[in-house]
Unconditional design. Sequence first.
Length: 390
Amino acid sequence: MTSSFRSMFAVGLLLLLVLPHAVSAQSKPRARDLGVPFEGNPGPVNAITDVPGVEVGYATLIIGEPKQDTASGTVRTGVTAIWPRGKENSTPVFGGWFTLNGNGEMTGTTWLEESGLLGGPVMITNTHSVGLVRDAVIAHQIKKWHLDTWSLPVVAETYDGRLNDVNGFHVKEEHVFEALDKAHGGAIAEGNVGGGTGMTCHGFKGGTGTSSRKTEDGYTVGVLVQANHGNKRRLTIAGVPVGEEIGDRTSRIDSASDGTGSIIIVIGTDAPLLPHQIKGLAKRASLGVGRVGGLGENSSGDIFVAFSTANSNVGDTKNPTIQLTAVNSGRTLNRLYAAVVQSTEESIVNALVAAETMTGAQGRKADTLPHDRLKEILKKYGRLIEAKGK
């Protein structure tokens, strides 16, 4: 065997080992791939990263086999990081936030409300790891930017204690650093990743989902959700009562849930908006939640944060005055509102479609939303978009 042939053989063997995983990752269906119809025009990768500059990173922790008698050691959790201007740009952005129902946590919102400024990444994790993640973000800022002033990071949570050993405090500083440092643009993973790893949604396995829209004015709106909310019976997709149709024949977790849970929504745009206008975007995420059947139920933590990457001079503290640009048209704002609603709706459904069945703490199991059944139901109601050539 010649050396060149051996090299070719080695490359071929490597491809055989790697390609199945690469193909699987690339071919993992999203909601549109199943024929779910959505309003609006998505960006190139249909993700929050379609907003120029935005980068997303994850640290995903899936460790240990389920034990029937204890949750200890069954790790199903993680961290999600969203950088508004990318991990190499510390310039603040204008931001705003809104709570639909407040049984949840999002740190840093008092200063965000007061100043209208978001001065770093938005982080999402599990309920009992908020404090550690907040502190780790500050440590990362000190290491990376030589921070010599105060910092009030925005860190949000949803509760994954049904599948995860949430009291084991398995998220560590190195996981936060991993999510921050591995953030990137382009297509990003969905489902059982990052902070969404151990989450459930509308009685099925939930987690992380994303989507985007291009408006007629040329602006981009992107949304990322960590979906851990909703009642199964109220699950509505493309206007179709999917939860009612499926009933209790699938999913062995929270089948009788009253909707208790939480959803965190992060909204980004390149449209030039002032903080009060951005808060208006955050409010409209509520309508996207409602389209899928969420009501902001009592004891759910439904908290939304939004930002605009326009006006790159907002962090200029050297000049007493700065010049800003802002949308000055009700029609343009309404298009941005519509983009938020549409992207939020699709992000939640994308999270459901991407999430895979998971068995977690004390043997509890969350089943994936069955793709074939979803397509059957949409077809029954005349809402399925058939693939070309079918």
